[in-house]
Ligand binder design. Structure first.
Ligand SMILES: *Cc1c(COP(=O)(O)O)cnc(C)c1O
Length: 380
């Protein structure tokens, strides 16, 4: 299978296999010291005091919302343009979504859109760092603080990206990362939550392990443990943490390759009519995907590329029109337009610049065919 046939793919080749085998050989399965070492290494990389590793970003969002005090009766401000996991986490916390619109060029929310959606029931805001681009909400942060509304960032796409000179995660918000199979850094499956204080870190660790307060190390040495409240089984297994540690150690390479490939797409796509590349602020971003907006006939372009063996995708069908979330529908003109236009081109570190030239050449041909056909049918 050629690299361009896959839309996304984890970058694992060698060292990851060895550490999994070693974890299995020495019998390290669940939450243990490998998980704690990974947490410490993540904290050093991001420049934060503490990181709580969990089993997924969905789990991190769920715990983050609970730490933010979100519960039944609360609205959580969220773009409809996100993976359904973001919205499910809101329902898991007992709250419901208040969908907002995005900017057409970045597919991200901005301060003004968040501001306009605040109501007395707002419990939290979840900005989604689409494509890896950091979101700057400093303009409305004082107002959010005054009203006691926390920001729980969905940074599933944005591991390694920066806001100014700080890494995403180090800007004082409850940031949630995904280490799922196709994310910038992968554990196979996994995630992390950045707490805002030592107290929040403790609470998050209790929530992720069935409401049990003592550390795993302390538990092994005593005859009992204490359950302080409801909790989930959201810990990151040692096998997955071992993969994450290898990936983190060579993240500088991952970052360089992803940025180089995205820039190659930007070069190839420049000047192509009827197609706009989503603006990722590439200087500050470790790109997660390469998304273009096709002005019209997106579905036909998608099908042509797919039939030509190009691994195209769509990220994501909007949530406010999904059956499960439709009761919170409100008109979102930009999202409803861009959702009909976006195509995610194949994007992952195993691709070469040659693959990218091929993908864009197929895209150019598909667009030209479409124009020719529509001109012909207009003449008929
Ligand atoms: C992948 C993803 C998630 C969920 O992450 P998991 O680790 O799979 O739970 C949430 N939000 C966005 C935007 C994602 O892309």
């Amino acid at each position: 299978m050629s690299a361009f046939e896959r839309n996304a793919s984890p970058w694992m080749h060698g060292p990851e296999y060895a550490v999994v085998a070693e974890a299995m050989r020495i019998g390290q399965w669940g939450h243990n010291t490998a998980t704690e070492a990974f947490e410490a290494e993540l904290a050093a990389f991001l420049g934060v005091p503490d990181v709580v590793a969990v089993s997924s970003c969905t789990a991190a969002l769920h715990i983050g919302l609970l730490l933010a005090g979100v519960g039944p009766g609360n609205e959580v401000i969220v773009p409809s343009q996100t993976f359904c996991a973001t919205v499910q986490a809101i329902l898991m916390a007992g709250a419901h979504p208040r969908f907002i619109d995005i900017d057409a060029d970045t597919l991200c929310v901005d301060s003004a859109a968040v501001q306009a959606a605040i109501t007395p029931s707002t419990g939290a805001v979840i900005p989604v760092l689409y494509g890896g681009r950091a979101i700057d909400l400093t303009e409305i942060k004082p107002e959010l603080d005054r009203r006691g509304i926390a920001v729980v960032e969905d940074a599933a796409h944005a591991f390694g990206s920066r806001l100014g000179d700080k890494r995403v995660g180090a800007t004082g918000m409850l940031t949630c990362f995904s280490f799922g199979p196709i994310k910038n850094l992968t554990c196979g499956e996994g995630g992390a939550l950045i707490p805002r204080s030592p107290a929040e870190a403790d609470a998050a660790r209790t929530l992720r392990l069935l409401g049990v307060t003592q550390s795993q190390a302390a538990r092994i040495r005593t005859t009992s443990y204490q359950v302080d409240g409801v909790g989930w089984r959201y810990h990151l297994s040692a096998v997955h943490a071992a993969i994450g540690r290898v990936q983190l150690a060579r993240f500088a390479d991952i970052e360089t390759v992803r940025r180089r490939l995205w820039r190659a797409y930007a070069r190839e796509l420049s000047g192509l009519e009827y197609v706009a590349l989503v603006d990722l602020d590439i200087e500050h971003t470790v790109p997660f995907n390469c998304v273009v907006r096709v002005v019209d006939e997106r579905d036909k372009v998608f099908e042509t590329l797919r039939d030509r063996g190009i691994g195209v995708g769509v990220h994501y069908p909007p949530n406010h029109t999904q059956p499960a979330f439709r009761q919170w529908y409100r008109p979102l003109p930009v999202t409803e337009t861009t959702a009909r236009q976006t195509i995610s081109l194949p994007f992952h570190p195993a691709m070469t610049e040659h693959d990218i030239t091929h993908v864009v050449s197929e895209l150019r041909t598909a667009l030209a065919d479409l124009r020719r056909n529509s001109v012909q049918s207009a003449r008929r």
